[in-house]
Every structure is written in structure tokens, then in C-alpha cells.
Ligand binder design. Structure first.
Ligand SMILES: [Zn+2]
Length: 394
């Protein structure tokens, strides 16, 4: 097919097949043709293009069964382009490399007390992490499709509607050009022309947790609490405001964002650590899946238990309005609050049950690196959404 219209159909069909191959791999061309509503010949030609572009891998005949000739199956090429995820937290910088099959191929971590650093110094602390991740990708002969940077930030929008970081309360940063700072670090390590996208850690974790489901309200966060509508095609609406800075106790505890009574001062990591007289840290949870606060709760510490119960109550109060307006099919609780288990889930479920609108509540499946994986996958999602744009890129 020729002309602009033909190009659009080809572009659309390549994207459709790439999506189906990601979701249903390993799949035969006949299965893909059925799902896509295309002829087998069209699918065979388009899959050949995706294989040539290094996005799809032909696994050959992997299983027999059923009548007729055994057919070969295709899957996303694990040696194709990779996405890099980066996360800047209170006490560390972490990064990972994710391939098109969604597997984490490499993790890197550097301890640093980021809250004591300026934004430029804080992002500079990420340089060795970025260098090691790029070295890993280059040694494996893989192209880096881009970098997703996860920050527990409050966002505003620029004139083109692109999300801009307005503040990162957990790090004590105000208005800061995180994208520009990361781009400068990439220049410094010679990684030229690699795109950088900055997003909220809750958004990225939600995309990793709820990618394929129907529209659900994802509630999560590590440093602070946030919520976004996720899944069911809801994942591309930009950055939400942070639920963590919604006032739940007007005139209550003071917040680094400048207001009082924010949810984050009751259900955020810093406030809960303070209530249990523990230092705020992010690292233990990333390394082992648990944190000192959670251990105190599980040991039956009264102050920590009260803090967890208050977190659940204030969270339920903060969710009343979004639940009433959005009426989601389910609520998925992820992030560190989910890791506290029944201590949070039970009072949260009870309090939510008192609301007029209360969909089922589930705990998330992914661990503390959900945001990091979501950040890395976000750049690969662009490749999947437009394979032609990727392989025709100069
Ligand atoms: Zn606040």
C-alpha cells in the first residue's frame, strides 16, 4: 500500500501486532492473525518487519499439539532495545535496565544522603549508576530507548501540557528541572541523544502493577502516598496531583509543602517513622522488601501500630471524594502501605466500607522496585506503541 493512508494503516497494524506479541507471547502467526483480525499473510509480512527491526524474536517451533504442521512462535526480542529506570530517593539512587519482555536485566544502587544535597548534586549522585547501566546495555549490544526517572514529586504542566516538577517535598527540593539535570548527566557520560522522561513514582508503580487490567484506582507510594487511575488505557493521562498533599486534618500537622493536615503527614513514610521514633529510610525496603517501621509494627509496638491505624483512617478519608467521582472497578493498594499488610488493609477496608462507593480492595503484587520498573518500561511502551517510529528513527 502506498500514500499517507497506507502508511498509517501499516503503522497502526505494526503497533497492534507489537502490543499483542507483548501481551500474549509466545504466539503463533495464526493466533496473532485471529486476535488482530488480519490475514495470515499480512501478519507474516508485518512480523518479518518487526523481526528485522530487532523488536521481535522468532522462537521456532516450541511445542507440538493439535492437527496440521507445527507452527513457530514469536516473542518480544530480549536482545532488542532496553529501557532504563532511575529513582532518586532520600537515602539512595537506584536504577535498572528492563528489556522488551519486561525482565529486569540489571539493577544498580548507590547510597547517598540525597536530602543533604542540592538538586544538581543529588542528580549528580546518579552519574555512576547511569554509567554502569549504560555500560551493561552497550556491552550486551543493546540500544537504550530512553530513561524514565521516577521522583516522588508534585507536578504542574508547562504550556505544551507536559508535566513539570513543581516540588519534591520528600527531598526538600522546590521547583527543579529534573529532566534537564538528568540530561546533563547523560551528556557527561557520553550517552548522547537519549530521551529522558520524568514521572511521579506512584504513576510509574501503578503502570507496572496495573498495566493490563480494567480501570482501577491505584493507591501507593514509597516516600509519600499517591493515587492514580491505572489500567484500561488510563495510563497516558499525565501526572496527577499528589493525594499525599490533600488536607485530611485541616489545621493539623505542618507539612514540608507549606500547608497543614496533609495526608502525607499521617500516612507518609517520614511521618510514620517519626511516630515510631525511627529515622526515615528507603533503602532497607528496596534491599529486603521490609523496613524498620514495618518490623516495629509486626513486633507489636504500640506507637507504630497506632501510626499504621491512623494512616489507614486518614487514607480512607482522603479517598472518599475520588471514589465517589471516579467509581473505579477496584482499588489496588501498592507501595509501602501494602507491605504493612493487614495492619493497614483491615482498618482501611473497614473505613472504606462506610463510604457510599466502595469497590473491592486488593493488595498489589510487586515489591518496592515497582516504580523503578514502571519508569524503565515507560520508554519501552513508546516503542511498543509505535514500532515504525522506532525503526525509522534516524
Ligand atoms: Zn503537604
Amino acid at each position: 500500500m502506498t500514500g499517507a493512508g497506507g502508511q498509517t494503516v501499516r503503522q497502526h497494524n505494526l503497533a497492534l501486532l507489537m502490543r499483542l506479541i507483548c501481551d500474549f507471547a509466545p504466539a503463533t502467526r495464526v493466533e496473532l492473525a485471529e486476535r488482530a483480525g488480519l490475514t495470515k499473510v499480512t501478519v507474516t509480512n508485518l512480523v518479518a518487519e518487526l523481526v528485522d527491526a530487532g523488536l521481535v524474536h522468532d522462537l521456532g517451533v516450541t511445542q507440538r499439539g493439535g492437527p496440521g504442521r507445527p507452527a513457530s512462535r514469536v516473542a518480544p526480542d530480549p536482545l532488542g532495545p532496553v529501557g532504563i529506570g532511575l529513582q532518586v530517593e532520600v537515602d539512595h539512587v537506584a536504577g535498572c535496565v528492563v528489556d522488551l519482555s519486561g525482565r529486569v536485566r540489571r539493577r544498580e544502587l548507590r547510597r547517598a544522603d540525597i536530602r543533604r544535597l542540592s538538586p544538581a548534586e543529588g542528580v549528580r549522585a546518579a552519574r555512576p549508576v547511569l554509567r554502569r547501566l549504560f555500560d551493561h546495555a552497550t556491552t550486551a549490544g543493546q540500544l537504550v530507548a530512553g530513561i524514565g526517572v521516577s521522583v516522588p514529586a508534585l507536578f504542574t504542566r508547562d504550556r505544551d501540557g507536559q508535566p513539570l516538577v513543581r516540588a519534591v517535598p520528600a527531598l526538600g527540593w522546590g521547583d527543579v528541572d529534573v529532566r534537564g539535570l538528568v540530561a546533563a548527566e547523560l551528556d557527561a557520560i557520553g550517552a548522547l541523544g537519549v530521551g529522558v522522561r520524568v514521572g511521579g513514582s506512584v504513576r510509574f508503580a501503578a503502570q507496572a502493577e496495573c498495566g493490563g487490567d480494567g480501570a482501577v484506582l491505584y493507591v501507593g507510594g514509597e516516600a509519600e502516598v499517591g493515587a492514580v487511575l491505572a489500567g484500561g488505557g488510563a495510563g497516558h493521562r499525565g501526572e496527577p496531583g499528589s493525594l499525599g498533599h490533600v488536607p485530611v486534618r485541616p489545621g493539623g500537622r505542618g507539612c514540608p509543602c507549606g500547608r497543614t493536615g496533609c495526608l502525607d503527614r499521617y500516612a507518609g513514610r517520614a511521618a510514620m517513622a517519626e511516630a515510631a521514633r525511627l529515622p526515615e529510610t528507603a533503602l532497607p525496603r528496596l534491599l529486603s522488601g521490609t523496613e524498620p517501621f514495618a518490623e516495629r509494627v509486626f513486633e507489636g509496638d504500640a506507637a507504630a501500630g497506632r501510626a499504621a491505624a491512623e494512616a489507614a483512617r486518614t487514607l480512607a478519608d482522603a479517598l472518599a471524594a475520588p471514589l465517589a467521582v471516579l467509581d473505579p472497578a477496584a482499588i489496588v493498594l501498592g507501595g509501602r502501605l501494602a507491605a504493612l499488610g493487614e495492619v493497614v488493609l483491615e482498618p482501611l477496608g473497614d473505613r472504606l466500607a462506610e463510604q457510599h462507593t466502595c469497590p473491592p480492595l486488593h493488595a498489589g503484587r510487586l515489591g518496592p522496585d515497582a516504580a523503578l520498573r514502571g519508569a524503565a518500561w515507560s520508554v519501552l511502551a513508546d516503542v511498543v506503541a509505535d514500532p515504525l517510529g522506532w525503526f525509522e528513527k534516524p
